[in-house]
Design a protein around this ligand. Structure first.
Ligand SMILES: Nc1ncnc2c1ncn2[C@@H]1O[C@H](COP(=O)(O)OP(=O)(O)OP(=O)(O)O)[C@@H](O)[C@H]1O
Ligand SMILES: [Mg+2]
Length: 215
């Protein structure tokens, strides 16, 4: 089943056509790795899809419902979560970081605690509950950012280089989390250069070449 279709998505910078994507089609529950050279526009494409940045033109359909970017609709914003390459964490606590989005969505306290608890196990952060977020290692911060996104159960998760700048162990732990998206029904688009992510079983490849997607 199709989750997201995007057509004629265009983005130019001052003197350069960065993206000219005729057709992008994402199926529900699948994971995609978005590859392409440095500067090819991977991060830009994720920001466009997340509604953080506006394209020059383009239209789409999410679960069959048409949308455009002028303006980018709020109902669509609630369906997806974007994780920045260097996620910003609140200083408060790990649990508070994970609960933040749930609170913003008005999820009741009991349910919130249950979901946060689940997410702590999922991201293997429970043993760190008392550690201030600022003290976490790079890999632990990345897992916290993923937990904070995953706890919202978005239909579409957009991740920008989640394994970059991590040591070997942290990378493997993050990759283990990336593998679980399919079974949780989340569609993921992961911008990535990491061989081990690209070669994961069931990972579909989207290659950004000359502003176009080779699918
Ligand atoms: N606001 C802007 N003004 C001018 N150029 C920009 C702007 N934003 C991005 N760019 C340029 O657009 C190109 C695409 O950048 P983007 O960050 O999307 O690439 P990327 O594929 O994510 O690269 P990387 O693999 O290094 O993360 C780059 O050449 C970048 O310098
Ligand atoms: Mg990038």
């Amino acid at each position: 089943m199709s989750l997201l279709v995007v057509r004629s998505l265009a983005k130019s910078l001052a003197r350069r056509v960065l993206l000219a994507i005729d057709d992008l089609n994402l199926s529900a529950g699948k994971s995609y790795v978005l590859t392409g050279e440095n500067g090819s526009g991977k991060s830009t494409l994720l920001r466009l899809l997340a509604g953080i940045e506006a394209p020059d033109g383009g239209s789409g359909c999410f679960e069959g419902r048409p949308f455009g970017w002028k303006p980018y609709p709020d109902w669509l914003r609630r369906q997806l979560t974007y994780v920045h390459q260097q996620p910003y964490l609140f200083h408060s606590s790990i649990a508070d970081n994970i609960a933040y989005g749930l609170r913003a969505r008005g999820v009741a306290r009991g349910e919130r605690e249950r979901l946060v608890d689940d997410a702590l196990s999922w991201a293997r952060l429970r043993h760190l509950l008392d550690t201030p977020p600022a003290r976490l290692s790079g890999g632990e911060k990345q897992r916290l950012a993923l937990a904070r996104a995953w706890v919202l159960r978005p239909k579409l998760l957009l991740l920008d280089e989640p394994t970059a700048n991590l040591d070997a162990d942290s990378r493997q732990q993050t990759i283990e989390l990336l593998r679980t998206f399919g079974s949780s029904g989340t569609t993921a688009v992961i911008a990535c250069h990491d061989r081990d992510v690209i070669e994961l079983p069931d990972m579909q490849r989207l290659d950004l070449v000359g502003g176009r997607i080779v699918q």
